[in-house]
Write a protein that binds this ligand. Structure first.
Ligand code: HDE
Length: 705
C-alpha cells in the first residue's frame, strides 16, 4: 500500500483509527478513486446518471458529528437502489442453479416435425438451463427431499423453445386448477411459517390423502429420486405429451426425456439431512466446481414418439400427467445430447431473471390437451409479469431470443428497445420494412378436430390412480422398496393427525399390501385402516426396471468425490497411491486433516489439506480412505468429528479404504468390517467398491420399514 497516497487523502470525520472514525486510511486507499492514482486502470465510480463520485465512504453531514442531510442525493440514490435489489422469488422452484451450454442434434426428426432444432443434425443450439427444488425458498438448502425442476431454454433460430420439466416423469395432479392447493399444502404452514422445504408435515399429507390421483407421484417422491447426489446425476422429463407437426401437417405425439451421462445416483436420507448442515449449497457448488474444472455435465436427449392409434391401445390416458409411458412400452429414441459448459457471469441477471414459459414453442412443436399443461400455458407468462414486473422481460439478455425478432408491441415498463419509425401497427402501407406475418414460416397450431360437450368434467380415462403406482413400486429393487416404505414412515411420523396417517396407509393397500403392512407397522398401527374404494379397477402392469435408480447407476467414479482422512504421521506413499487410483478413475480427491494447513507425514514432509476435519464431514464424499498412523488414530479417536467421519461413511453405505493404523479409529467408532471396508493397499478393490453403495450393509446399520 502506498503510504504517501493514503496520507494525501485522510478520511474526513473523526481522526483515522479512533472509535467513530468513518473510514481508516487503509480502507480509503482500497477505494476506487485512490487506486486510480496507484494503477490508473479503474474507471471512475459514478452515480447512475454518470456523475463521478468523490467519496464513497462518507455521507453528507451538516458537520462532522452532525445529522445527515436529505440533500445527499448520492446516498439516496445508492440506498434506494439497494432497497429494491430483490425481486419476488418464484412461488415454486425458488431455489435454483443454472448454466449455459448447447444442444447438439444427432438424429433428425424431419419426418415428424418442422422444428429446425430437431431436424438440423450437428447444429449446436445455445441453451440456458436451470435446475431447482420446488418447495423451499430461495435461501433454502440444496438437499431436501423434493422434486427437482429441470428447465431448458433453447435459443433456436426459429425463436426460443422452453422445455420446462422435472426430474420425475409424472406429477401430483391431473388438472391445473388444483395447483395452488397443492403448493399451499406443501409450503410452510401459514399460521406458523414452518416447515421450510419439507413434505413431512400435516397440511401436505392431509391434502395428498384427499387426492388419490397423487398416489403414483407419492411413490416417486418417497423414492430416492428426490435425494439426488448431484444435479449432474438427475434425469429430466417434459412430463406432458406434446405434438410434433411435420411439413404436411401430420401430427405425432412426443414425450421428451433426458438422461445424465454420469448415470443416476442418490444419497441416503440421513446423509441428505447431514449434507444440508455441512454444505447447504452442496448441489450448486458441485455444478460450479465441475464446470470450472472442465468436467462439463452432459445429458442424452431422447423422445418417445407415438400416434393417436397407438395411444388408444395404452391401458391409461397419456393426456393424464399422473401417468407415464414405460420405456419398455414405447422405447426411447436418442436424438441428441446437451452439455453445460459455462457458468453464468451473474447469478441475479441470469439465474434469477431467466423466465421460462411452457408456452414458448417453435413451429413444428405443439401442445397436447393435457389439462395440466393447458393451465401451465397461462400461469408462466402471468408469473413473469409479477416477478419481473414488465411485459418487456423478454428484452433481458438471458431471455432475449438469439434470432431476429420484432413486432408492433410497444412501450411498457422498462422498455429497453428503441423502436424506429412511424408505424406501430400491422398491416400498413406506410413502411416498407416494418415486420409482417409470414404464413409459410410462421407458427401454425396442429389442425386437430375437437368435439364434445363443454363442462367441468374429469375424463373417465383419468380414473385409475393406483395401477401405475403399483407398477412403480413393484419395479424397484428390494433396497429401493425399503427406502420408499421407510420414507413414508418418516414422513407420516411427522404428521400429528392420526386420521391423516390412517388415510395415507389406506391408500397404500391398492398399491401393494406388503407396502401398506410395512408402513402400518412402522407407524405402530394396531389395525389396518379400510382400503379406499378405487374409482377404477387396479390392473397389473408389466414390471419396468427402467424406473429404478440402482438399475440406472453407472459403473463409474466419474464425477464422484473421494475424501482421504489423514493426520500427523500418515503414510504419504499410501495416500498418493489411493489418490492416483481415484483420479485415474475420474473422481476428484480431497485431503481432510485436523488442521487445514495440513499434516506432517511419516517421512517428515507436509501435506496440505483441502478441508479441515470439523468442516469436511464424510457426507461430502462418495467413498473415503482413512490413512493414519497408530498415534494419529489414537488422537482422532478422541475427536467426535473423526468418529462421525468414519461412522457416517459406514452408515451411508460407502466404501472405506483403511490402513493398519486407521483400523483403531474404525474400532473406536464401532465401525464393522464387510466387503466395502477394504485394505488401503488394495486400491483396485477400493475403486471397485467406491463405484457403488454397499446395499447389503444397510440392514446392519439401520432398521428399515
Ligand atoms: Fe411449474 N411453475 N407449474 N411445473 N415449474 C413455475 O413459473 C405451474 C409444473 C416447473 O427454473 C412458476 O417462473 C402450474 C409441472 C419448473 O425458472 C409458475 C402448474 C412441471 C419451474 C408455475 C405447474 C413444472 C416451474 C413459478 C400446474 C414439470 C421452474 C416461477 C398446472 C413438467 C422454472 C415460474 C425455472 C415454475 C406454475 C406444474 C416445472 C408459478 C400452474 C407439471 C421446472 O408459473
Amino acid at each position: 500500500m502506498d503510504k504517501k497516497i493514503t496520507r494525501r487523502k485522510p478520511a474526513r470525520g473523526a481522526a483515522p483509527g479512533k472509535p467513530g472514525s468513518t473510514a481508516p486510511d487503509e480502507t480509503r486507499a482500497a477505494g476506487g478513486e485512490l487506486h486510480q492514482h496507484v494503477h490508473g486502470t479503474h474507471p471512475a465510480l459514478t452515480t447512475n446518471q454518470g456523475l463521478v463520485v468523490s467519496d464513497n465512504q462518507n455521507s453528507l453531514r451538516a458537520n462532522p458529528r452532525g445529522p445527515t442531510l436529505l440533500e445527499d442525493f448520492i446516498l439516496r440514490e445508492k440506498i434506494t437502489h439497494f432497497d429494491h435489489e430483490r425481486i419476488p422469488e418464484r412461488i415454486v422452484h425458488a431455489r435454483g442453479t443454472a448454466a449455459h451450454g448447447y444442444f447438439e442434434l444427432t438424429q433428425s426428426l424431419e419426418s415428424y416435425t418442422t422444428a429446425q432444432v430437431l431436424t438440423e443434425v450437428g447444429v449446436k443450439t445455445p441453451i440456458f438451463s436451470r435446475i431447482s427444488t420446488v418447495a423451499g425458498g430461495s435461501g433454502s438448502s440444496d438437499t431436501p427431499r423434493d422434486v427437482r425442476g429441470f428447465a431448458i431454454k433453447f435459443y433456436t433460430q426459429q425463436g426460443n423453445w422452453d422445455l420446462v420439466g422435472n426430474n420425475i416423469p409424472v406429477f401430483f395432479i391431473q388438472d391445473a386448477i388444483k395447483f395452488p392447493d397443492l403448493i399451499h399444502a406443501v409450503k410452510m404452514e401459514p399460521d406458523r411459517g414452518f416447515p421450510q422445504a419439507a413434505t413431512a408435515h400435516d397440511t401436505f399429507w392431509d391434502f395428498i390423502s384427499l387426492t388419490p390421483e397423487a398416489m403414483h407421484m407419492v411413490m416417486w417422491i418417497m423414492s430416492d429420486r428426490t435425494l439426488p447426489r448431484s444435479l449432474r446425476m438427475v434425469e429430466g422429463f417434459g412430463i406432458h405429451s406434446f405434438q410434433l407437426v411435420n411439413a404436411a401437417g401430420d401430427v405425432t405425439f412426443v414425450k421428451f426425456h433426458w438422461r445424465p451421462k454420469l448415470g443416476l445416483q442418490s444419497t441416503i436420507w440421513d446423509e441428505a439431512c447431514k449434507i444440508a448442515g455441512a454444505d447447504p449449497d452442496f448441489h450448486r457448488r458441485d455444478l460450479f466446481e465441475a464446470i470450472a474444472a472442465g468436467q462439463f455435465p452432459e445429458w442424452e436427449f431422447s423422445v418417445q414418439l407415438f400416434t393417436q392409434e397407438e395411444a388408444d391401445q395404452f391401458p391409461f390416458d397419456h393426456l393424464d400427467a399422473t401417468k407415464l409411458i414405460a420405456e419398455e412400452l414405447v422405447p426411447l429414441k436418442v436424438i441428441g445430447r446437451f452439455v453445460f459448459d459455462r457458468w453464468p457471469d451473474n447469478f441475479f441477471t441470469e439465474t434469477e431473471q431467466v423466465a421460462f414459459c411452457p408456452s414458448h414453442v417453435v413451429p413444428g412443436i405443439d401442445f397436447s390437451n393435457d389439462p395440466l399443461l393447458q393451465g401451465r400455458l397461462f400461469s408462466y407468462l402471468d408469473t413473469q409479469l409479477s416477478r419481473l414486473g414488465s411485459p418487456n422481460f423478454h428484452q433481458l439478455p438471458v431471455n432475449a431470443p438469439k434470432c431476429p425478432f420484432g413486432n408492433q408491441q410497444r412501450d411498457g415498463h422498462m422498455q429497453m428497445g428503441q423502436p424506429l419509425g412511424r408505424v406501430s401497427y400491422e398491416p400498413s402501407t406506410l413502411s416498407k420494412d416494418s415486420s409482417r406475418e409470414s404464413p409459410s414460416k410462421g407458427f401454425h397450431s396442429a389442425a386437430v378436430p375437437e368435439t364434445g360437450s363443454k363442462g367441468r368434467i374429469r375424463a373417465e380415462s383419468f380414473a385409475d390412480h393406483y395401477s401405475q403406482a403399483r407398477q412403480f413400486y413393484l419395479s424397484q429393487t428390494a433396497y429401493e422398496q425399503a427406502h420408499i416404505a421407510s420414507a413414508l414412515v418418516f414422513e407420516l411420523s411427522k404428521v400429528e393427525h392420526l386420521h391423516v396417517r390412517e388415510a395415507m396407509v389406506a391408500h397404500l393397500q391398492p398399491i401393494d399390501a406388503d407396502l401398506a403392512n410395512r408402513v402400518a407397522a412402522g407407524l405402530g398401527f394396531d389395525k389396518m385402516p379400510d382400503a379406499p374404494v378405487a374409482a377404477a379397477p387396479v390392473h397389473e402392469m408389466a414390471s419396468s426396471p427402467a424406473l429404478q435408480i440402482i438399475g440406472k447407476m453407472k459403473d463409474t467414479l466419474m464425477g464422484r468425490a473421494i475424501g482421504i482422512l489423514i493426520a500427523d504421521g500418515s503414510d504419504g506413499a499410501v495416500i498418493k497411491e489411493i489418490a492416483k487410483a481415484a483420479t485415474d478413475a475420474g473422481a476428484s480427491v480431497k485431503i481432510v486433516a485436523p488442521k487445514v494447513g495440513g499434516a506432517k507425514l511419516a517421512d517428515g514432509s507436509m501435506l496440505a489439506a483441502d478441508g479441515q476435519l470439523a468442516g469436511t464431514p464424510s457426507v461430502l464424499f462418495d467413498a473415503v480412505a482413512v490413512i493414519l498412523s497408530e498415534a494419529g488414530s489414537k488422537a482422532l479417536s478422541m475427536e467426535s468429528a473423526a468418529i462421525d467421519f468414519v461412522r457416517d461413511a459406514f452408515g451411508h453405505l460407502k466404501a472405506i479404504a483403511v490402513d493398519t493404523g486407521g483400523q483403531a479409529l474404525l474400532r473406536a467408532a464401532n465401525v464393522g468390517q464387510d466387503a466395502g471396508v477394504v485394505d488401503a493397499n488394495d486400491k483396485n478393490a477400493f475403486i471397485a467398491a467406491a463405484k457403488t453403495r454397499q446395499w447389503e450393509r444397510e440392514k446392519s446399520v439401520r432398521t428399515l420399514a
